[in-house]
Design a protein around this ligand. Structure first.
Ligand SMILES: Cc1cc2nc3c(=O)[nH]c(=O)nc-3n(C[C@H](O)[C@H](O)[C@H](O)COP(=O)(O)OP(=O)(O)OC[C@H]3O[C@@H](n4cnc5c(N)ncnc54)[C@H](O)[C@@H]3O)c2cc1C
Length: 443
């Protein structure tokens, strides 16, 4: 963990020393409305309730979890949002998963087979050498970057030899576009910012929604309540949801950056200029996920099957679900950025055809069609309008802090997009909820 991470730890230790664990005697008279029942909102609500506050969570959807959302309709847990605990060492999700009963599996990055067009296997050392060169590029590209230039512009200028290299396109897509966003919109200076926890990657096997369901237990969560207005002009905060106005001493708004960008909620008075600028400048990317099932498995017995098509960001790797669900014959694949958005206009049959073209190129023309498919459409989802935030061209790291800034000690903001060290992750969202609860407790 780097310096900033230690500072965060020290801060939270101080906070936990300052306030004892017992519910505050005066707190019950203080009412808090939390907008959004994702992991950030629920973490804040749980902590505040434990401290004796009267807390109501208003959630637009008919269930809790937000971007921790699991579809079990095919008999296997398909996580439509987060799947992985990214680095289990020191990650708050590791303990939370244990408390919540979320089962996990170590997805071994070394268990990988890669194919080029025509199903030609990519030699292990070719892959490893390109990956190493790719990491070296990531370590230094920002030295040629500038605030107005995108990652793509600088990359193409510095590394023209890789412009048409399919393996490089694969790395750019799966390591950069997946984590950040469209390369022509990602900052050439800040693409590598943010902290990471160490340790292995673990994937949820019985569903990531286990965590929000656990956090929500015992809380007053009102589902099907879409918030349209937050008025913080008076001594109380007035929150309009489904035509009803509820009042509270404090409100914590945890809706995704995409929802804030769409101005789906009217704030009175308007949000401070710094917050509005941050909402505009930071990016919201698109990642879509697809789960396909078959009666029998025909693919390699490895954790990951990589493929290097001409088109960028298009179904270029497959997670072998059978590795952690031995009785389930399923693969999970992804589409990012522009291609990800394009899939949202395609029918299921069209999507399946495109995915099968890749699998048939690898495994032969007689590869059977899938029995079923589940898919996401995050870019057009009115509860998110995208997958997660990223450092877009023109953004600065302080924009995450501006998003986290409280207004008038009444209006608070949490969510992955407010966490400067761990934005775009489930753990970042969780930490942001705890952070905002602590702010209210300390008032
Ligand atoms: C495809 C995808 C893959 C991901 N993979 C990973 C991963 O592997 N590992 C990882 O750590 N992270 C991953 N993430 C990121 C992680 O899921 C999020 O960072 C985290 O879940 C965000 O939590 P949140 O509380 O900030 O927001 P959300 O979970 O989005 O919660 C916000 C809530 O607000 C509600 N809402 C919206 N508008 C309104 C309104 N007007 N009124 C009331 N309620 C409203 C929403 O319905 C939602 O429930 C992934 C995300 C996606 C989409």
């Amino acid at each position: 963990m780097k310096r900033v991470g230690l500072a965060l730890l020290a801060q939270s230790l101080l906070t936990s020393c300052k306030s004892d664990d017992s519910p505050g005697t005066d707190n019950a008279s203080k009412k808090v409305i939390v907008v959004g029942a994702g992991i950030s909102g629920l973490a804040a609500a749980k902590k505040l309730k434990e401290k004796g506050f009267t807390v109501t969570v208003l959630e637009a959807q008919d269930k809790v979890g937000g971007r921790l959302r699991t579809n079990r309709s095919l008999g296997v847990a398909f996580d439509e949002g987060a799947s992985w605990i990214h680095g289990i060492d020191g990650n708050p999700i590791t303990d939370l998963a244990q408390q919540a009963g979320m089962t996990t599996f170590h997805t071994d990055d070394e268990s990988l087979v890669a194919y080029d067009l025509g199903g030609v296997a990519i030699n292990e050392s070719t892959y490893a050498n390109a990956e190493e060169a790719f990491y070296d590029m990531l370590d230094s590209l920002m030295e040629s970057g500038s605030p107005a230039k995108s990652f793509e512009t600088v990359f193409n200028a510095e590394y023209p030899q890789y412009a048409d290299d399919r393996l490089w396109r694969f790395f750019l897509s799966t390591y950069m576009t997946f984590d950040r966003g469209d390369l022509d919109k990602t900052s050439s200076l800040l693409y590598n910012e943010g902290e990471e926890f160490g340790g292995i990657e673990k994937i949820a096997t019985n569903g990531y929604d286990t965590i929000p369901i656990f956090l929500a237990t015992g809380l007053d969560v009102q589902v099907g309540q879409r918030v349209s207005k937050v008025d913080y002009s008076g001594s109380k905060v007035k929150v309009t949801h489904n035509g009803t106005v509820s009042e509270a001493d404090y409100a914590i708004v945890t809706v995704p950056l995409g929802v804030l960008k769409k101005n789906s909620i009217e704030f009175t008075p308007a949000l401070p200029a710094a917050k509005q600028a941050a909402i505009e400048k930071l990016g919201m990317n698109c990642v879509n996920k697809f789960l396909l099932t078959w009666d029998t498995a025909f693919w390699d017995d490895e954790q990951y099957i990589a493929y290097t098509p001409e088109a960028k960001d298009k179904f270029n790797y497959f997670v072998n679900v059978k590795k952690f669900h031995p009785t389930v014959n399923a693969l999970m694949t992804f589409a990012y950025a522009d291609y990800g958005r394009q899939t949202e206009t395609m029918s299921d049959a069209q999507v399946m055809d495109e995915i099968m073209a890749h699998l048939r190129d690898i495994y032969g023309d007689s590869t059977p069609a899938p029995t079923n498919m589940l898919r996401t459409k995050w870019a057009t989802n009115e509860n998110a309008y995208g997958a997660y935030s990223f450092t877009a061209v023109g953004s600065e790291m302080r924009h995450f802090e501006d998003l986290a800034e409280a207004v008038d000690d009444k209006l608070f903001f949490a969510g992955e997009h407010t966490e400067v060290d761990y934005f775009s992750t489930a753990h970042g969202a969780y930490l942001s909820g705890i952070r905002e609860a602590d702010k209210i407790i300390d008032l």
